[in-house]
Write a protein that binds this ligand. Structure first.
Ligand SMILES: [Zn+2]
Length: 243
């Protein structure tokens, strides 16, 4: 295991780590419904496991995960607790600035929660801090998309995204005791273009995909492929020079 997992290291280990790497993963998750069968922390669990596994392949700092994000479509389901966009942006900004002050220069904001508003907020803050600091690199990664890209044809359900094939497989591999049975196949039917108040009327169960296609073996493969692809990304990112 990499010695750069911030929850686990001491002050002297942190200082020594800066001689090894100036790159940090800032993992973001959510506390939100994931069907009837997956834990509320699913997004955080996946992204945190991915970045720790990537950092074991290629030494990179890993910040403690943020367990809350901006949740819109799941906000009416039991158990979902989100942050307002303003609070979330302020939090992300403070974290990047805090790690900059500590000597980090390459920032990978990576989210296990794929909500559009949430990812948009990470990009917004990213643009702000790029303008503020001339000596940093910054990337924003939607970890679910990254995982699916790394997996290629391993993912069978078209349009799978939330508490379906991919997330159920990965949690079954990472935390098998936390998968409580399954949920039915479901795709929400939100109206096109129109925002709605009563979100559960358009998305009853809170699954977007089909957990029946999930398996522990698939989860293991998905986790391995994602970690390797992330480690490869970090190598490229550290060499990236802007035109
Ligand atoms: Zn999720």
């Amino acid at each position: 295991m990499s010695r750069l997992i911030i929850t686990d290291i001491t002050t002297p280990e942190f200082a020594a780590g800066l001689k090894q790497s100036r790159t940090i993963f800032l993992p973001f998750g959510s506390t939100e419904e994931h069907g009837e069968h997956l834990p509320l922390d699913t997004d955080t669990m996946q992204v945190y496991a991915s970045v720790k596994a990537a950092a074991a392949i290629y030494p990179t700092f890993v910040a403690p995960p943020v367990h809350y994000g901006i949740c819109r479509s799941t906000s009416e389901h039991p158990g979902t607790v989100g942050l307002s966009p303003a609070t979330f942006r302020a939090l992300v900004r403070d974290l990047v600035k805090g790690y900059y002050k500590q000597g980090l220069r390459n920032f990978i904001l990576i989210s296990g929660h794929a909500g559009k508003t949430h990812i948009g907020a990470l990009i917004e803050v990213g643009e702000e801090v790029l303008a503020d600091f001339s000596d940093i690199r910054l990337a924003v990664i939607n970890e679910y998309d990254f995982c699916c890209r790394a997996a290629g044809e391993l993912v069978e359900v078209a349009g799978d995204s939330h508490a379906g094939e991919v997330e159920t497989s990965r949690i079954a591999h990472l935390f098998p005791a936390l998968v409580k049975g399954t949920s039915p196949r479901e795709f929400p039917d939100f109206p096109e273009y129109i925002l709605v108040r009563n979100k559960t009327a358009y998305w009853r169960g809170g699954v977007w995909g089909d957990p029946a296609f999930a398996s522990k073996a698939k989860g293991e493969k998905l986790c391995q492929l994602t970690a390797q692809a992330l480690a490869d990304f970090v190598r490229r990112f550290e060499d990236f020079v802007e035109r």
